[in-house]
Design a protein around this ligand. Sequence first.
Ligand code: CP
Length: 311
Amino acid sequence: MKKYTDLQDIDNIEALVNEAIQLKKNPYQFLDLGKNKTLVMLFFNASLRTRLSTEKAARNLGMQVIVMNVNAAWELEFEEGTIMNLTASEHVKEAAQVISQYADCIAIRAFASLTDKEKDLQEMVLSSFQKYASVPIVNMESATAHPLQALADAITLKEFSGKKKPKVVLSWAPHPKALPHAVANSFVQMMQLLEVDLCISHPKGYELSDAVVKNTTVIYDQEEALRDADFVYVKNWSSFQSYGQVLSQDPTWMMTQEKLGTAKFMHCLPVRRNVVVEDAVLDGPNSLVIAQANNRTYAAQIVLKNLLENQ
Ligand code: CP
């Protein structure tokens, strides 16, 4: 692995998941691998899990970690050939080259704007760093993808699945704010790599990008989609067609214990209780959300380990 910006950077998902599960049993066995190596984490958006689990993963490998909240500290310019007479202090061309001298790996979080679809699809922040940095880049959630979350989800699914080909449902849920598509996109793409029976359920108007969905089944009737599900992954996203719009807050799409039945419940967190999912589900025995969050460390650690081994 030379970088981890999307799921295409994984050669063999089954092997990587198994490697992560082994690593989890003895997470400090590669403490020498990251000696005298530095991970720089750049946050253009806030985080709890990604920030702490990625830092923990790097420290488990013996790396040093530097964290910068970019927007609060330093405004960067990304447009080519622009006249920089406004608020940005520095162009990414210089910044990425400079940071590369301090880092052996740069991890970046930069969400979608949800206002400019074209720019979001171009992944301007992530792709600019890829273009100008000279060290590997890790995606800690970009405009269109959250591959570290999807890898943690794949690890969790493997740990909790008793079936060769479980039925997995990605179910949209209501939310008061417009949320990006990154988690849903990467979850769908990850499930397409695994041996699962996947379907997506959401109200009309919430279709994900055709490039992501491909031939995955979409069922608009949530009750029908949930029938015989083994795993139910709940997530809100805003409309992709009416880009970034909240078209519905229909509370009947909230996940309840009655709807979940015996299926396992998954969510990337953070989650709004009794809006996205009712308390009984989150507090019940079938919720995997804490295990998923724990696996964020081992997802990040297996990615960093692979990058360090290939440097
Ligand atoms: N799931 C996830 O990425 O959480 P944070 O936004 O807290 O990092």
